[in-house]
Design a protein around this ligand. Structure first.
Ligand code: NDP
Length: 491
């Protein structure tokens, strides 16, 4: 017997394995009471005179007052962008790159501050904003900085030229990351920008204005106008050469109708209802992690979320059993706690939508499972949920829920998996779990999805294009493909 084993005074084994709270301090963030619009490098009051309150979804506490931009404000922002365009587009690419590198570095340096604010305003767990949103946001600026002086090589013999002013509208699920996806390629290509963040999550975009000043970006190159959908609609109508939109399919369709015949360039990144397909030869434990990451990451507020799980019939039972066991270990609660896996739902409106669709799933006859978890009393919360016994026709299998809700369906053969996976108006992403490389390629060729992950899910890289088919939109963001929509060509 070793000495260690003989020791009589063993420390007592803890009776309870719950985690002690590990709250991230909010002291690093200092908010103003009230924010104006960022136009021409200055903070200006909205001509509407209107402000609205932005809150934290974790406890509904007010955070700041934010300006509601009207048509005149949006026009002033596009004028500022137009004025800045001449000098900005005339800079050598290597000079534009320096600004982008600076922005990337400042974002990396201030990443803790941004991560805390992102979680505070949006409700996502701090470990996700810290380890996913912020590093990726900085990486986008680093990546596109690298292309700014190489556009001629990126598009050989095509003489790429910037378009002019880009109007960009982003959603609330990845506020700073979507801002980076939009602004970095636009600036690298030599355009100037007016961006509208989502109504519920404007604060990191407003803090980003501080980064622009720190990086000494010339005034007017980036302008930020806040407000609700009316400000977005005004931006679409405004004097811009290009509109880039990420959000719901419904609003995307309205924008496409609005712009038809206008000559403005348009890219749309819309909703999704991704299939995550698990074959019976997959590594089951990894697949279960991938399923969990695919749907419960960011409370399922992810356009490419793996919200439809297709399991090969022969392994249906073990997968569902393991999944439920894994779900029971997810910690739901304060987004600013470093142990939290599932944070707050972004808004009351979104919570209502999730509740409505979950009620529809129950009414249609699906079987529901939610692990026992105590949800905080204040704020907006929804427990991780899985539906089994789901038919293809149910609303929960057809509509984008945009919440932590998974529908499980089954298949027998690869052909059947493809047919069921493609049976949706969307086509943004898909996942395949199998040990056979040939099957991955066979499936990927047939799945009508812009991104297909194999033996992983929700992986992003600035060098890799992202975008949809069908009602998930058109145009790509990321990689070389993401530069193209911001350029005009001679050919
Ligand atoms: P929206 O499409 O309404 O919002 C996306 C952005 O567009 C926001 O900045 C929004 O402003 C703005 N906007 C709203 N109306 C207009 C308009 N008429 N013209 C121009 N811009 C407009 O999405 P919601 O936030 O309402 O979410 C609704 C549903 O959309 C979700 O439940 C989810 O299913 C889906 N969704 C999908 C996303 C994706 O990435 N694919 C992202 C977000 C939502 P404001 O915030 O002020 O309304």
């Amino acid at each position: 017997m070793t000495d260690v084993e003989k020791r009589p005074d063993r420390s007592p084994v803890p009776a309870d394995w719950t985690y002690a709270p590990a709250p991230e301090s909010t002291e690093i963030v200092s908010l103003r009471e009230r924010y104006g619009l960022f136009v021409g490098g200055e903070w200006v009051a909205p001509r509407t005179g209107e402000f609205f309150e932005t809150i934290s979804p974790r406890d509904e506490a007010p955070l700041a007052q934010v300006a509601q931009a009207g048509e005149q404000d949006v026009a002033a922002a596009t004028e500022a962008a137009r004025e800045a365009f001449g000098a900005w587009s005339a800079l050598p690419g290597s000079e534009r790159a320096k600004y982008l590198f600076r922005i990337a570095r400042v974002l990396a340096e201030r990443s803790r501050e941004f991560a805390v604010l992102e979680s505070l305003n949006g409700g996502k767990p701090i470990k996700e904003s810290r380890d996913v949103d912020l590093p990726l946001a900085a990486a986008h600026f680093f990546y596109y900085a690298g292309w700014a002086d190489k556009l001629e090589y990126a598009f050989p013999n095509r003489r790429p030229k910037p378009l002019g002013v880009a109007g960009q509208i982003i959603p609330w699920n990845f506020p700073l990351l979507m801002l980076s996806w939009k602004i970095a390629p636009a600036l690298a290509a030599g355009n100037t920008v007016v961006l509208k963040p989502a109504e519920t999550t404007p604060l990191t975009a407003l803090l980003f204005c501080d980064v622009l000043r720190q990086a000494e970006l010339p005034p007017g190159v980036v302008n930020i106008v806040t407000g609700d959908g009316r400000a977005g609609a005004a931006l679409v109508e405004a004097d811009v050469e290009k509109v880039a939109f990420t959000g719901s399919t419904e609003v995307g369709k309205a924008i496409q109708r609005q712009l038809a015949g206008s000559g403005k360039k348009l890219t749309l990144e819309l909703g999704g209802k991704a299939a995550n397909i698990v074959f019976d030869d997959a590594a089951v434990d990894q697949a279960v992690e991938g399923i969990v990451n695919g749907i419960y990451f960011n409370q399922g507020h992810v356009c490419c979320a793996g919200s439809r799980l297709f399991v090969q019939e022969s392994i249906y039972e073990p997968i569902v059993e393991k999944l439920k066991r894994r779900m029971a270990t997810l910690r739901v609660g304060d987004p600013l706690d470093k142990n939290t896996d599932v944070g707050a739902i972004n808004s009351r409106m979104q919570l209502d939508k999730i509740e409505e669709l979950v009620a529809a799933g129950r009414a249609e006859g699906a079987e529901v499972y939610q692990p026992p978890c105590r949800l905080p009393e204040k704020g907006y919360w929804f427990a991780p949920t899985v539906f089994t016994n789901v038919a293809q026709s149910y609303r929960i299998a057809q509509e984008e829920i945009f919440g932590p809700v998974l529908s499980v369906l089954t298949f027998r053969t690869p052909d059947e998996a493809v047919e069921k996976a493609n049976n949706t108006p969307y086509g943004l992403s898909a996942g395949i779990w199998t040990e056979k490389g040939s099957r991955i390629l066979w499936m990927a060729e047939r799945l009508r999805a812009g991104v297909v992950w194999a033996n992983t899910f929700n992986r992003f890289d600035p060098a890799s294009p992202f975008g949809g088919y069908k009602e998930s939109g058109f145009g790509r963001e990321g990689g070389l493909h993401g530069l193209e929509p911001y350029l005009a060509f001679d050919d």
